[in-house]
Design a protein around this ligand. Structure first.
Ligand code: ATP
Length: 455
């Protein structure tokens, strides 16, 4: 399957800015931290184009390039801070379509990608991310629709709360689409997914030379959203220093770019979202109370899927049909018994988990009619003895030895093992790994961050 632009670079910040620039240009992107991760992902798909760094821990980018060429996969663009003739020449010799010297200008990089895609004989245009309308007919969702209708036209800031995967971003989009700002941009920023050292410039932009690698002036999300809506996802994870800065912008309506002197006046409506209990974070001193008041003018609470089971059949049918259409597969349907089984099931990952399950079923369910047996074991259902037996033994020993923090250590080991397995199975691609685990990408990012900190 030819899909997205793949980026391989061990530097997370480079991957991030490049991926964002390409996404902004309407391209789908997958990120990899090593050549090995790319190699693993090649087992299940191939890139429309690969951008790879030359020097990475483990195998280098040129060896990867050579292998892709040998397999007829391409085009490949090589990126490197080493601009010596030998490296450049070696890259072209090995079949690189282009060579980007780091630090590069993002516009140049996007232009190089477009050129290479255009020149490549078999390159298909990568698919844009799919979008959905907000569906639901249960009483709690009808209440959400009513609220959206009531506040969309106002310019009030809105705080959307709800567990992971309940549709908070869709609500933000609906608020934008139903407002007078609908012809202006809707810009989304996931606070938790961005390295904190990049967050400030991501929000407010920066001037050329503001920091190493800032080769030109870049508009931040505030500027990009001018006249429109800025959606700040996972606001609860915003570092305190940035909360202070955001508060100042919200009260004054003005800001400076990082490293800039020009005061910029913005007209942006803020919709923030969080899966956390913001009041508890305020009480714990992790979130500014005054910022919360600014954001929490109107609150829309999205109920978890277990509180609106009546929506499950509608959503499941929709996701199954959408997946079949998107993946160009023959349409399937759910038997009544399968729908009833779905309605009973727990979905800790909420609508996102249901959506992922339906996508899997669209691909792997054997018949045209999906039966309860096809649904597989729900997460949390009793597992075969195997690893729980081993866990029990471990716990018994730890208890007998009087060890401390047994529960916390077991949970950490569990999280870590699941994360590593999923990342490995999905070539280091976090969104796919998170989807496969049935957790939000943010949850995954948080857990990875937490486990790194502890190491
Ligand atoms: N009511 C709904 N109707 C149709 N699709 C939905 C609905 N709710 C959620 N989805 C789909 O479920 C997935 C998760 O939704 P979304 O990203 O909006 O959740 P979220 O609450 O913002 O999650 P997170 O907190 O993890 O970022 C998306 O693919 C979205 O399209």
């Amino acid at each position: 399957m030819t899909d997205a632009i793949w980026i391989a670079d061990d530097d997370r910040a480079v991957r991030y800015v490049l991926a964002e620039a390409l996404r902004e240009a309407g391209l789908a992107v997958r990120e990899f931290g090593s050549a090995a991760a790319v190699r693993a992902a090649l087992a299940e798909g191939r890139p429309a184009l690969l951008l790879t760094d030359v020097r990475m821990p483990g195998e280098d980018g040129l060896a990867l390039l050579a292998e892709l060429k040998a397999r007829g996969v391409g085009p490949v663009i090589v990126m490197s801070a080493y601009t010596d003739v030998a490296t450049t020449a070696a890259a072209y010799r090995a079949g690189a379509a282009d060579y980007l010297a780091k630090p590069f200008d993002l516009d140049q990089a996007v232009a190089a990608v477009r050129r290479a895609l255009h020149d490549a004989p078999s390159a298909e245009a990568p698919a844009p991310a799919p979008g959905h309308a907000l569906l639901g007919e249960s009483a709690p969702m009808r209440e959400v629709f009513r609220l959206i209708g009531r506040v969309a036209a106002s310019d009030l800031n809105v705080l959307v709360t709800g567990e992971t995967g309940t549709g908070k971003e869709l609500v933000a989009r609906a608020l934008h689409e139903e407002s007078a700002r609908r012809d202006r941009p809707f810009v989304a920023l996931n606070t938790a997914a961005i390295p904190s050292e990049l967050l400030e410039s991501e929000l407010f932009g920066h001037e050329a030379g503001a920091f190493t690698g800032a080769t030109r002036r870049v508009a931040g999300r505030f500027e990009q959203a001018e006249g429109g809506t800025l959606f700040l996802d996972e606001i609860g994870d915003m570092p305190l220093a940035l909360q202070t800065r955001l508060l100042r912008v919200l009260s004054g309506g003005e800001f400076y770019r990082v490293g800039g002197r020009e005061l910029i006046r913005g007209n942006v409506r803020i919709i923030a979202a969080t899966h956390q209990d913001l009041d508890a974070r305020v009480a714990a001193g992790q979130f500014r109370a005054d910022l919360k008041h600014r954001l929490d003018v109107v609150r829309i609470e999205l109920p978890p899927l277990r509180a609106r089971r009546a929506d499950i059949p509608l959503l499941a049918r929709h996701f199954l049909a959408a997946a079949a259409h998107e993946l160009k597969l023959p349409p399937k349907r759910f038997s009544r018994a399968a729908l009833r089984a779905l309605e009973q099931r727990e979905f800790p990952g909420n609508v996102r988990e249901l959506e992922n399950l339906c996508r899997r079923l669209a691909v792997i369910a054997p018949g045209a009619e999906i039966q309860p047996a096809d649904l597989g074991a729900a997460p949390g259902a009793p597992r075969p003895r195997g690893w729980t037996g081993a866990l029990r033994e471990w716990a018994a020993q730890a208890l007998a030895a009087g060890e401390a923090d047994i529960h916390a250590r077991a949970r950490e080991a569990l999280d870590q093992t699941l994360l590593e397995a999923a990342l490995e199975a999905h070539g280091g691609h976090r969104q796919h790994a998170a989807a496969a685990l049935g957790v939000g990408r943010n949850t995954l990012t948080r857990k990875l961050g937490a486990s790194r900190k502890r190491r």
